[in-house]
Design a protein around this ligand. Structure first.
Ligand code: 26M
Length: 819
């Protein structure tokens, strides 16, 4: 029977339609005469889901059979966006299903538009995890992701009177066809309680008796590879109370107490913390982290134990990648399991632990470094804090042998920060517990070795520290987001192989001299700009001209990313145009400056930047004297789906962080892959993109990372005059040109009293110069198109497939298992 059932069903238009109708009738319990777009989405999604599950099962079965080394990617964030279009394309079902729904009276586009984003992440780090899962599946690696099933993803942003307002993202309102609830996979996670010290002969062991138990329930999210049958899994944990509901209390009228326990446990995985590159020391966040780490490790260990191998084979079977320090407690948890529960001796256990973990750092910003108060950890995890102190003791004993008597060196390396109260430095814990540490772009990996982790490089030597430049998946970020460009590329190259080997795009260089090809290339960009213009009209009710230069900066709002500098530059542009004669104005390239991005709800200055952008927009957009030469747009609620509309439509995108602050950036790669040029600083992956595409095809400006310390020193101790153009812009804001000046005083103060920490004044002159070059270049249409083609053609290095192969070969030691 199994043989008969497991024969894969042929999938074509008719079989799709049959399963569509079956799902309308049974899954949705609807009449086929009563199907709106949303039901059509659900039915289509379920038809796809059926196929995904088949592949998922087969993949798991083969991976279990082969029992090769697996990688586990631990990430508190997976910013997946929508799944239907991606699954259709990866499974090769887009055409047949598209025709199928059309015959049934629907448009595939409308159906796709019904899906809400899975927005379980803040920004770069979370989206990177999603791209990496796509590559792991496509390259057939035996891999699992582990994360949290938040009830509320990143908040929804609305703009009210120019200010950001936050609304809950209750994304599970309707059924979610992209998850498989695993009610049978449940892990008890403990908190608090006490530790018993048990002496057995000459041996001492510890037993942790938890005070409170929360259950973790698994929800599996299948991730299909492109053009292969492999389908891997992201396991997301949901919390629920373990204790039975107390009906005694309930009947006695103590409703509150009876419900309280229930609610407390459910609260654990309720919300994603909306901070990006900023640490907040909230106890609930720490609980979330341990809950997820404990459930995941339990699952990993259980899977390992099924094969009945010896413990010292663990690192040959299991690689665990820590996506930043958020899962760093996993190091302590594995040591605890091995020593307290499996009764290995300390050193043998530690050897296993350190050969299992590797750690990716994503930032050098001091305010983003995770540290937790020792008293908080002691309360919540009494056994773990003991283990942390023991690990630190043994670690520092070895350091002391390396640098005898150097107490400062010891204090700098210590996992514990000796303040009142003491803190646990999670990055130090992650380094000590891992066999490899990596940064996410060349400059960033160099900087962490020279600054925050300098002393660790001294102690361990340089080989423990590597670079793994980030990458993006060309399936979602070109094929799916820009179908017309994908089609043109496929037609020109004569194959689709470039979607699996992005370096093949290089051959497009040969077509830059082909006039007809250039015309079609431009036509694709133009139609993407029309699509974005329509979206802008829908969401902010402003008409923009698709023939204008589209200048885009979309990313989380943060001082180091300098959206403030961008909008100050816009004011300069506006005032320049206003001072022009009609003849001079004829020479101006019309521009649409587009912003998008969320500010952390507690980040006051970032929120003021949003307000300033909207205030400038409302003045500029209704000023008829500038003849539509400038429009300013703030697109609300920037997310993955909105990015898929914006990115293919950009002529220029801005990546203008203060040098040395943006670890990598990944949207820079997405824009250039979609044949948009970059205006950027010498920072993060901009540098490597520049190396690949060449001087002529990128606009770089600003001071270098090695100059930043001196410049900051100058602001701090000397009277540095403000850049004159910047000074004029600031005076304009202060005169009330963009609404009540006092509103923006705190923002302007960051430049004056705040000593311009992000060096806006220092870079402003060269920023404006670079903007002039952009305008001049855009006037030379033919050259511009050539640049644009060369951008896409030279992006081969920035595929997440390249990144994942590097991780697999040099850090994880895993090989593909193809279904
Ligand atoms: C920490 C503690 C408490 C609450 C939230 C956090 C937190 C959440 C997200 C801290 C950092 C977070 O993300 C950092 C991040 O997204 N970094 C970005 O990572 C990208 C992928 O490597 C890089 O491309 C970006 O340059 C980097 O800023």
């Amino acid at each position: 029977l199994w043989e008969k059932c497991s024969v894969p069903e042929t999938i074509n238009k008719e079989t799709f339609q049959k399963s569509f109708i079956r799902h309308v009738n049974t899954t949705l319990a609807r009449s086929i005469y009563n199907v709106d777009n949303f039901s059509a989405y659900q039915a289509t999604a379920h038809a796809v889901r059926d196929r995904l599950i088949q592949r998922w099962n087969e993949t798991q079965q083969i991976h279990t059979e082969r029992d090769q080394k697996r990688v586990y990617y631990l990430s508190l964030e997976f910013l997946l966006g929508r799944s239907l279009d991606n699954a259709l394309l990866n499974l090769g079902l887009k055409d047949s299903f598209g025709e199928g729904v059309k015959e049934l009276g629907f448009k595939m586009e409308d159906i796709l538009d019904q899906e809400v984003d899975a927005a379980l992440g803040n920004g770069g780090l979370g989206r990177l995890a999603a791209c990496y899962m796509d590559s792991l599946a496509t390259l057939c690696y035996p891999a699992w992701g582990y994360g949290v099933r938040y009830t509320y993803g990143i908040f929804q942003q609305k703009i009210v009177d120019g200010y950001q307002d936050e609304f809950p993202d209750y994304w599970l309102n309707f059924d979610n066809p992209w998850e498989l609830p695993r009610v049978d996979i449940v892990v008890d996670v403990q908190f608090g309680g006490h530790v018993n010290k048990i002496t057995e002969g000459d041996k001492v062991r510890h037993e942790w008796i938890g005070g409170e138990t929360v259950q973790a329930v698994a929800y599996d999210v299948p991730i299909p590879g492109y053009g292969v049958k492999n389908c891997i899994n992201i396991r997301l944990w949901n919390s629920k109370p373990r204790r039975k509901f107390d009906f005694g209390k309930f009947n006695a009228g103590e409703y509150d107490q009876a419900v309280q326990e229930q609610m407390k446990a459910e609260f654990l995985t309720a919300v994603l913390y909306p901070n990006d590159n900023h640490m907040v020391g909230k106890e609930l966040r720490l609980k979330q982290q341990y809950f997820w780490v404990a459930a995941s490790l339990h699952d990993i260990v259980r899977r390992f134990k099924k094969s009945q191998r010896d413990w010292n084979e663990f690192p040959d079977q299991v690689a665990i990648q820590l996506n930043d320090t958020h899962p760093a407690l996993a190091i302590v948890e594995l040591q605890r399991i091995l020593v307290d529960e499996e009764r290995l001796d300390w050193d043998a256990a530690w050897d296993i632990v350190t050969h299992t973990f590797a750690f990716t750092n994503h930032t050098v910003l001091p305010e983003a470094m995770e540290k937790w108060p020792v008293p908080m950890i002691s309360q919540l995890l009494p056994r773990h804090i003991q283990i942390i102190f023991d690990l630190n003791l043994f670690f520092l004993q070895r350091v002391e042998k390396f640098a005898p008597g150097d107490r400062d060196f010891l204090a700098r390396l210590s996992i514990i920060e000796e303040s009142t109260p003491q803190y646990v430095r999670m990055a130090h814990l992650a380094i000590v517990g891992s066999h490899r540490v990596n940064g996410v772009a060349k400059l960033h990996s160099k900087l962490i070795k020279e600054t925050i982790f300098k002393d660790f490089v001294k102690y361990y030597g340089p080989d423990k520290f590597e670079n793994k430049t980030n990458g993006i998946t060309p399936r979602r970020w070109l094929h799916q987001a820009n179908p017309k460009l994908s089609e043109l590329i496929t037609e020109t190259l004569g194959h689709k192989d470039w979607l699996k080997d992005l370096t093949l795009l290089k051959k497009l260089e040969e077509s830059v001299h082909d006039k007809e090809f250039r015309r079609r290339w431009m036509a694709v960009k133009h139609s993407n700009k029309v699509r974005l213009a329509e979206y802008i009209r829908d969401v902010v009710d402003v008409d923009v001209n698709p023939n204008a230069l589209f200048d885009v900066q979309v990313k989380r709002i943060h001082e180091y990313k300098r959206q403030f500098m961008n909008i100050l530059g816009v004011i300069h542009r506006y005032n320049t145009i206003k001072s022009m004669s009609p003849e001079q104005m004829r020479d101006v390239v019309p521009r649409v400056v587009i912003f998008g991005g969320k500010a952390a709800p507690g980040y006051y200055i970032a929120k003021l930047v949003i307000k300033l952008i909207n205030s400038v927009a409302s003045v500029v957009n209704k000023d008829s004297t500038i003849q539509d030469l400038l429009k300013v747009i703030f697109i609300p609620d920037y997310n993955v789906s909105v990015a898929e509309i914006i990115i293919p439509a950009s002529d220029i995108s801005q990546h203008i962080s203060t040098a040395g602050t943006e670890a990598s950036g990944t949207s820079n790669m997405k824009f250039v892959l979609n044949c948009g040029l970059i205006l950027g600083t010498v920072d993060g992956a901009n540098i490597e993109i520049h190396e690949e595409i060449g001087d002529d095809n990128i606009f770089m400006f600003g001071h270098l990372a090695e100059q930043v310390d001196d410049l900051r020193y100058a602001h701090r101790y000397r009277d540095v005059p403000m850049d004159p153009h910047l000074d004029a812009v600031i005076k304009d804001i202060e005169s009330g040109s963009f609404g009540e000046a006092r509103i923006f005083a705190p923002l302007i103060n960051t430049l004056t009293f705040g000593k311009d920490y992000y060096l806006i004044s220092d870079d402003f002159g060269s920023y404006l110069d670079a903007q002039k070059l952009v305008d001049e270049a855009y006037k030379k249409e033919k050259d511009w198109v050539k640049k644009s083609i060369l951008c896409t053609a030279n992006m081969g290095q920035f595929s997440s497939d390249r990144a994942i192969k590097e991780y697999a070969e040099s850090i994880w030691g895993i090989i593909p298992v193809k279904v």
